[in-house]
Design a protein around this ligand. Sequence first.
Ligand code: TXA
Ligand code: MG
Length: 317
Amino acid sequence: MTDKTVLPTDENIRAAARAISDGGLVVFPTETVYGIGADAASPAAVRRIFEAKGRPSDNPLIVHVADHDDVSRLAEVTDTARRLMETFWPGPLSIVLTTRGGIPDIVTAGLSTAAFRMPRNEIALALIRASGVPIAAPSANKSGRPSPTDAASALLDVGSWVEMVLDGGRTGIGLESTVVDATGSRAVVLREGGVSREMLEKVVQTAGADEMTDVRRSPGTRHRHYAPTVPVMLWSGGDIAVESDRWSFIGMAEPPLEWGVPVVRRLFGGVDEYARELFFSLREFEIVSDIIIAELPDSSGIGAALRDRLERAAAKS
Ligand code: TXA
Ligand code: MG
């Protein structure tokens, strides 16, 4: 199985693009996390993505494009969306727009909208261009697991389903894109991610997701997510009872000495490094410890996305 993992040479990217055109699946890196992609126009190929992940069919996929024109063909680009695209693309922002048709129901989970993203990763962009089609791609993890931030984690979760894994090394951001609904005059953040609210607010008017009564608008947030195989306990500086000797720690501050010695711990120099290392650490620490204690950072910048992922990873159901 490991011989599916290849370096992203021009030749290998062309081979991966052919696999996509032939209805196959390919794992590829983006600046956020690794994706598992298929031709967005092929319902049969996209169905296999849902099978590979064990993903509920009511959770729509992001359509990855290599330029702005791909979006104009497929969806109604609002002024809000245009401003977001000009400012943040290529980059970690997925923009939800009303479709014009032409995107299979399996991609959109039957919604009248679709999420679009132009990634800021040369391998991903080269793959989309060489494929000649938009690529539907969720994160390349089994549904509910931490997203893969390296090729080996993706291979472990979905390797048997894909033709190839393009290995672009560790991803730079480490958390997924921000998902924003831009169908109206105000941008609504549906999922925190690589582009912070502060950054969005400099460019467009925003509204809280709580102003949206319609759950259709953020389907993915209903499901359990990012969970390692051992419990995650959140720490914000106070007293907590550590229930096992085999605990591990991730965060930016030293854990209190009274807790004793962790099996393993990783301290980060700042919130960006914490975000970049979170999913990788969860996947590593679940193997060696019985409980992962994670410091909850404050919510400025990427801290908001980091808090969201940590809270979901710690959620009991
Ligand atoms: O960084 C990322 O976004 C990565 C890389 C591979 O691009 N992809 C990713 O995809 O995280 P996924 O499928 O794991 O998350 C997509 C999120 C889900 O929460 C889904 O519900 C939401 O986007 N979404 C997709 N289409 C939507 C739509 N039409 N309306 C509202 N939310 C949508
Ligand atoms: Mg995901």
